[in-house]
Design a binder for this molecule. Structure first.
Ligand SMILES: Cc1cc2nc3c(=O)[nH]c(=O)nc-3n(C[C@H](O)[C@H](O)[C@H](O)COP(=O)(O)OP(=O)(O)OC[C@H]3O[C@@H](n4cnc5c(N)ncnc54)[C@H](O)[C@@H]3O)c2cc1C
Length: 555
């Protein structure tokens, strides 16, 4: 059956817009629907993890994203203060973006931060328009904001979706082979499918466990009131007004988050009340011009019971809800669709087997569980921390309380803000489309990461002899790395031709990094999936057809 679209994507947040890039890159016809007028008007996520930057690099716009946000030389430190204008308790130092490229280039293969892309501290506010603009460059992608999805029907052979313009107008019915619900935390699609969220929905804490107020604001003189050096993120640690604030442009815009008491409601939080809450945290008066205020809920650790059913798939916040500690919500959303995009392409282009979309559901749900539990532990550690009553006092008691808090907070910051293990350590062990080699998976640790090519994990990165990143040479389909010059690849090409799947053969044996690649990969050949996870490694070309068919979701 022929439809105008192969895939309908409901929701144009980071998940939906990144998925549109994944699909557009592969020539898949898709439409993205979003009821908002345009991309987010609020800062929301402020941390783009290294793995997300690697995905943006693969999609061709990492450097555009890297240029956004704080000025090039602005430090991305995290500072803990009694009040924003008060005592500094601890500081976790992180590099300004002007230095991240040099740091990545000097990374050694086999190291924890072996990547072409270090993390980037920049608001979702600036990132979404770039993802959108890049999606719209693809002729097969159509992005429709101000368009509401009303409902859908899964016909078994295809889906139909009723949509209407938000401003009013005729209802239209769209048809496609697949529907993806990237429709956010309240996901009407998940609700219509009757898929429940499992986990904990109302974790209570003194801070980051309850209703939160978020103020995106401008201030001409805030920096003059800070005694502390510039930082990307500032947290207040006291007994009266816990909060956090992130610098948005490094000049005059900020986002401030604080927890609301039971008595406060959305109606009571106008600009004046928002300013009063901010001044409690600031410990001083300064210029405060509210740009956007919102109420949100912290204390979720929820994952959908299933990531979809039939021809409907869920991704992003529609599938998992976080407390934003660790900065994992939006990053997990992008990693979801990096896994899903190529599988949808396989399904609509005919080379994907019946198990390919199912493998998205079974591979990514455990990652939702893993990442939400990590975020929860970070939120418990910082949100549940109760400082001494003397934390703001003058004299020896105050100094001792601050020194004690400083030790705790620095230790916490090292755990929350240096997380190569979380960002690079995503693995799909036991997946039906991965061919293991009997090696036990490495331990999943938060703050360390040892690259390895055990099938299921992220393919180890290395800089090629000409200074280019291995990742820039991987294909948009599968890539067969030839590490040993003697390894035969002809059967692989023949298998790919038979199945019809895209395969690039990349010879690492002849470009000056063969020894390094052999150490990292521990095999003569390695099959890399389009999402840069290792599907198989070994020396045996005989099994090419079986391994490739399995990686494409054929039983
Ligand atoms: C205050 C705050 C701070 C955060 N900080 C961080 C952080 O530091 N790090 C981090 O990783 N994450 C953070 N997050 C979470 C992050 O913003 C989300 O995880 C991310 O936006 C999820 O992306 P998404 O595309 O899945 O969903 P969303 O961005 O929510 O997009 C869903 C879209 O679906 C659309 N939609 C819904 N229903 C319909 C319909 N019927 N028809 C058409 N369109 C529809 C909505 O308009 C929306 O645009 C934060 C969130 C908040 C609120």
């Amino acid at each position: 059956m022929s439809h105008a679209f192969d895939v309908i994507v409901a929701g144009g947040g980071p998940a939906g817009l990144t998925l549109a890039n994944e699909l557009g890159l592969r020539g898949v016809r898709c439409v993205v629907l979003d009821q908002k007028e345009s991309t987010t008007p609020a800062p929301q996520a402020n941390a783009t993890q290294a793995r997300t930057m690697e995905h943006f690099r693969r999609l061709g716009f990492a450097s555009e994203i890297r240029a956004l946000g704080l000025p090039p030389d602005y430090p991305t430190d995290v500072a803990y203060l009694t009040r924003f204008s008060g005592h500094e308790l601890a500081r976790f130092r992180m590099p300004a973006r002007a230095r991240t490229d040099a740091i990545a280039r000097s990374s050694v293969s086999g190291g924890a931060w072996s990547t072409p892309e270090m993390p980037h501290r920049c608001s979702q506010l600036f990132i979404e328009p770039v993802i959108r603009r890049n999606a719209e460059k693809y002729p097969s992608v159509s992005v429709r904001f101000s368009t509401r999805m009303l409902d859908f029907v899964d016909h078994g052979t295809h889906v139909s979706v009723r949509v209407e313009p938000v401003a009013g107008g005729p209802i239209e019915t769209l048809e496609a082979a697949w529907l993806v619900g990237c429709d956010g935390s309240r996901s009407p699609i998940r609700y219509a499918l009757g898929i429940e969220m499992a986990g904990e929905g109302k974790i209570e804490r003194d801070f980051l466990g309850g209703r939160m107020y978020a103020a995106y604001f401008a201030s001409s003189d805030l920096y003059q009131h800070l005694k502390a050096d510039r930082a990307w993120m500032y947290w207040t640690i006291n007994r009266g007004r816990r909060s956090l604030m992130a610098a948005i442009d490094g000049k005059e815009t900020f986002v401030f988050h604080t927890q609301l008491s039971a008595e406060e409601s959305a109606e009571t939080i106008d600009a004046e009340r928002g300013q009063a809450l901010f001044e409690q945290a600031m410990g001083a008066r300064c210029d405060f011009r509210l740009i956007h205020g919102a109420i949100w809920h912290a204390g979720y650790m929820l994952v959908a019971q299933s990531y979809g059913r039939g021809r409907v798939v869920l991704a992003g916040d529609a599938a998992h809800l976080f407390t934003p500690t660790g900065g994992l919500g939006y990053n997990t959303a992008v990693d979801d669709v990096a896994n899903l995009g190529w599988k949808l392409a396989g399904a609509v282009q005919g080379w994907g087997g019946a198990g390919l979309i199912d493998s998205y559901r079974t591979e990514r749900r455990p990652i939702g569980l893993r990442n939400t539990s990590r975020a929860r532990a970070f939120a418990d550690s910082i949100g549940g921390y109760v400082p001494s009553e003397s934390i703001e006092a003058d004299g020896p008691a105050g100094e001792a309380a601050r020194a004690h808090a400083g030790d705790y907070l620095l230790d916490h910051a090292r755990r929350e803000f240096n997380i190569p293990g979380i960002t690079f350590g995503v693995r799909y062990d036991g997946s039906a489309i991965v061919t293991g080699d009997g090696s036990p998976p490495p331990e999943d640790v938060i703050n360390d990461y040892r690259p390895n090519a055990i099938p299921g994990g992220r393919t180890p990165h290395l800089w090629l002899a000409n200074g280019e990143s291995l990742y820039d040479h991987l294909g948009i389909g599968f890539t067969l790395l030839r590490i040993d010059a003697a390894a035969d690849t002809t059967r692989w090409q023949a298998a790919a031709d038979k199945i019809g799947c895209p395969l690039k053969i990349l010879d690492l044996s002849a470009n000056g990094c063969a020894a390094e690649a052999a150490t990292l990969y521990g095999a003569a050949l390695a099959l890399i999936r389009p999402d840069q996870h290792v599907a198989w490694r070994g020396d045996d070309a005989q099994a090419a057809r079986t391994i490739l068919a399995r990686a494409c979701g054929h039983a």
